[in-house]
Design a protein around this ligand. Structure first.
Ligand SMILES: [Zn+2]
Ligand SMILES: [Zn+2]
Ligand SMILES: [Zn+2]
Length: 143
C-alpha cells in the first residue's frame, strides 16, 4: 500500500512539487484506497480539504499522478474515467464494481497463457489491460 511519504518522494523523483491541491487529491485517494473514484468525486472531496481546488486543474493533476504510476486510471462507464491509488507495485489486475467502484486485486494474469498461444502471430506484445466488471456483494444486496 502506498503512503503519503512514498507518494511525495515519487513526485519529487519526477520533478513535481507537492502543492496544496495535489496534497488534497492524494489525501482523498489515500482515504479511498480500494475504490475507483471519478474526477468529479475527487474534485468535490478535494474541495472539502482545500477550498481553492480548481476543477480545470484536476485532470492535469490526475494525469501527472497516472504518468508517475501513483494512480491507476480506467474507464468503468462509457465516457468517464475513474482513478484509484496503485495498490501493488507487482503486475496485477482488478475486479471492479460498476455500482460503487470498489475494487479487488487479482494477481493471476490470464495474458501469460494467451501470449504462448499468440506465438505464431508475429506480434510483439508490450503491455495489456485486463479488468473484470460486475457488482460487489453490497451492491448486489442493494438491488
Ligand atoms: Zn491496482
Ligand atoms: Zn459495489
Ligand atoms: Zn496481466
Amino acid at each position: 500500500m502506498m503512503n503519503r511519504t512514498f507518494i511525495e518522494d515519487k513526485l519529487k523523483e519526477h520533478g513535481y512539487k507537492l502543492t496544496n491541491q495535489r496534497k488534497a487529491i492524494i489525501d482523498v485517494l489515500v482515504e479511498h484506497q480500494g475504490h475507483f473514484l471519478s474526477a468529479e468525486e475527487i474534485y468535490s472531496k478535494s474541495k472539502d480539504k482545500y477550498a481553492q481546488t480548481n476543477f480545470s486543474t484536476i485532470y492535469r493533476n490526475l494525469e501527472i499522478l497516472v504518468n508517475t504510476h501513483i494512480i491507476h486510471k480506467t474507464q468503468i462507464k462509457d465516457g468517464t474515467f475513474s482513478y484509484e491509488l496503485v495498490c501493488s507495485e507487482a503486475h496485477h489486475h482488478h475486479l471492479i464494481c460498476k455500482g460503487c467502484g470498489k475494487t479487488e486485486n487479482i494477481d493471476f494474469c490470464p495474458i501469460e497463457d494467451l501470449q504462448k498461444k499468440l506465438g505464431s502471430k508475429n506480434f510483439t506484445l508490450t503491455d495489456h489491460k485486463f479488468e473484470l466488471y460486475g457488482y460487489c456483494q453490497k451492491c448486489q444486496e442493494d438491488q
